[in-house]
Design a protein around this ligand. Sequence first.
Ligand SMILES: [Zn+2]
Ligand SMILES: [Zn+2]
Length: 57
Amino acid sequence: MAVAGICEHCEQRPGAFSCRRCGATVCRLHYDGELDLCADCADKRTADGRRGDSFRL
Ligand SMILES: [Zn+2]
Ligand SMILES: [Zn+2]
């Protein structure tokens, strides 16, 4: 797992994760570890359909 560069969201912190959906390199603050998505995709995902706080396991 290679660190590609800098977070594409804040462009300040080193990108430590990559989004499995869009492939963006993001820092820990902009990565949702539960969804494996960057903040952007996680946001879209919740906005898309899964409203509410129902937690599925
Ligand atoms: Zn960031
Ligand atoms: Zn993403």
